[in-house]
Design a protein around this ligand. Structure first.
Ligand SMILES: [Zn+2]
Length: 361
């Protein structure tokens, strides 16, 4: 069992699912709800792998496990493989609709056509591999009322061997009639130590030192998704490079290189993001980069605040509180201001003007 599985095993999710699977009384519809990046979708796919496996096993600790060797497991384990009995429904499926009007709509919700084509149709068709079928609906909070009411039919009269998982960070957006027909599993944020343990087990974090892992775990604030992003895009390097400049800016003199240094990192992030994601917009990637930058600057402020409060030094805490205010203002500007370089230059200037450190620091 990997660390990842052990970590999720500590949440209620896998306990509930594990006992349901082993007892053979697996409910047909589930809601996984909780904050983004805590492993809801990953867990749903892992459960799907077990449900679709032709020869499921039981681990020494009594947990169900897919065999990893059957035709179904092999299909799921292939990157980009399309398993005919595993249907993952996302709002982007609307882009592939036969109906031009559906294709042309903005992707603000999951339209009823997607539910008909990608949930009801496969649900009432027999399984391609003569076994179970699994349907996972990601971002289920985007199901509009019509889509939810259409889905309801499938929940009221579930076709045999069909399992449905609704993944959501906003469970209250789901109709009470939907919620009452599903077994609901809350997912919680992980502790820093749990994130760190998980990181130490990941191939992409192999070359990382303990300090880096510790920083990423703290920065991730309980979200594995955030930890992966920080590791992939080297946000700990942003922290190490920018921290001394930010401290210098607090000395009252403008630090000319601060604005460009921040802009370079946002630019590098946006470029890499667009390279890694087909159909990603450069503008959205730039804004996401700025938000990650604000996240890193916020972490600098929080670290300094903690240090000041440990020694009960209110004067030392003040500039960092001002920094937090400044970041909140800049975040608001991000929505109206499209010029990232200008926004960051302005932030650098404001940082010198508005976060004066006590004399001598
Ligand atoms: Zn298998």
């Amino acid at each position: 069992m990997s660390t990842m599985q052990r970590i999720i095993g500590q949440t209620r999710a896998i306990d509930v699912l594990g006992s349901a699977l082993t007892s053979g009384r697996m409910h047909h519809a589930w809601i996984f709800h909780g904050p983004a990046g805590v492993g809801k979708a990953t867990t749903a796919v892992r459960i799907a792998r077990i449900l679709l496996c032709h020869d499921p096993q039981t681990t020494l600790t009594g947990q169900p496990e897919a065999c990893g060797a059957c035709a179904s497991c092999k299909l799921i384990d292939q990157p980009d493989a399309a398993h005919n009995d595993l249907h993952i429904v996302t709002k982007e499926l609307a882009l592939f609709s036969d109906n031009a009007a559906v294709r042309g709509r903005k992707l603000m919700s999951i339209p009823v056509e997607v539910i008909r084509d990608h949930v009801l149709t496969p649900a009432y068709r027999s399984a391609a591999m003569n076994h179970n079928k699994v349907i996972i609906i990601d971002e289920a909070e985007l199901l509009n009322d019509t889509s939810q009411n259409t889905l309801l039919k499938c929940l009221e009269e579930p076709p045999a061997g069909t399992y449905l998982f609704l993944i959501t960070s906003q469970e209250d957006r789901l109709l009470p009639t939907i919620r009452s027909r599903c077994q609901r599993v809350p997912f919680a944020l992980l502790t820093d130590e749990q994130v760190e343990t998980w990181l130490s087990d990941q191939p992409f974090a192999e070359s990382m030192g303990a300090d880096e892992r510790q920083w990423i775990a703290r920065f991730a604030r309980g979200s594995l998704g955030q930890a992966m992003l920080a590791a992939e895009y080297g946000l700990d390097e942003w922290y190490r490079t920018l921290e001394p400049l930010i401290k210098q800016a607090g000395g009252g003199r403008p630090v000319i290189e601060l604005g460009p240094m921040m802009a370079q990192r946002v630019e590098a992030f946006a470029k890499a993001w667009v390279d890694n994601h087909k159909n990603a917009s450069k503008d959205a990637a730039n804004k996401a980069g700025v938000r990650h930058l604000f996240g890193v600057l916020g972490e600098i402020c929080r670290t300094q605040l903690r240090a000041a409060r440990t020694i009960d030094d209110e004067a030392a805490a003040e500039p960092w509180l001002a920094g937090v205010d400044l970041l909140q203002e800049a975040e608001r500007d991000l929505y109206s201001n499209v010029n990232v370089a200008l926004l960051l230059d302005n932030l650098a200037i404001q940082w010198s003007a508005r976060t004066p450190h006590p004399a001598g620091r």
